[in-house]
Design a protein around this ligand. Structure first.
Ligand SMILES: Cc1cc2nc3c(=O)[nH]c(=O)nc-3n(C[C@H](O)[C@H](O)[C@H](O)COP(=O)(O)O)c2cc1C
Length: 206
């Protein structure tokens, strides 16, 4: 079993990464393979709503979004981490999430996920809520912890001093490992994913 952990920060080894590494370490101790996927510093660019992904299941702009989706097909669980920028996820991560989930939302169906947020002082809860929206519209079981999924610090060194934040991260890892093992046991017992009904689209005018 494998979990992909997305670092949405422009800092490869910043505050967000401290949280991600703590989760990864815990998952590894539970026998689960991990891979950190850093979205980097190049502009990701937002979704333009062209609908091209509706045909191919991949974003017409390619790049790291499709690179991630290819890896996501093989993964069993996910962690999405972002630093707080103005009380929400940083812009690059928001663009990444829009394009990943619009193009490949089906990839995540019934795979557990957790979202974490890192900040200096405030905005982690709104950021976590924002990120969780992608999971809750994609039939993903959301993995929770003993506090909301946050870690505090202006940089990695400070984050390593946030004892409760680190504990929160480890509990995400343990809870995700437990859920993944339960799902594997269910599969071995012949319990498959529930059937999907044909999709119905309505809007406010009819
Ligand atoms: C553009 C920008 C906006 C920020 N907005 C907030 C904010 O609203 N609240 C906060 O507590 N910290 C804010 N910060 C600080 C970062 O969240 C903080 O430094 C965090 O540790 C960065 O994580 P990283 O090292 O993973 O990038 C902001 C930083 C930047 C660059």
């Amino acid at each position: 079993m494998k979990v992909l952990l997305v670092n949405g920060s422009p800092h490869e080894y910043g505050t967000t990464r401290v949280g991600i590494d703590e989760i990864a370490k815990t998952l590894q101790a539970e026998g689960i393979e991990t891979e950190v996927f850093w979205i980097g510093t190049d502009p990701v660019g937002g979704c333009i709503g062209c609908g091209g992904c509706g045909v191919t299941g991949r974003c017409v702009f390619g790049g790291i979004v499709n690179e991630f989706l290819d890896k996501a097909e093989e993964a069993d669980g996910f962690v999405f981490g972002a630093p707080v920028h103005y009380a929400g996820p940083n812009g690059n991560m928001k663009s990444f999430m829009d394009r990943v989930f619009y193009a490949g939302g089906h990839v995540f169906r019934l795979k557990p996920g957790a979202c974490i947020a890192a900040c200096r002082r405030a905005g982690v809860v709104t950021t976590m809520d924002d990120l969780n929206k992608y999971l809750s519209i994609s039939e993903m079981p959301i993995v929770s912890s003993t506090y909301w999924n946050m870690i505090f610090g202006s940089n990695a060194e400070q984050a390593k001093q946030d004892a409760e934040g680190l504990l929160t991260m480890r509990n995400i890892g343990r809870n995700m490992a437990y859920l993944l093992k339960c799902m594997e046991a269910a599969k071995a017992a012949g319990i498959g994913k529930p059937a999907e009904e044909e999709r119905v689209w309505t809007n406010f005018i009819r």
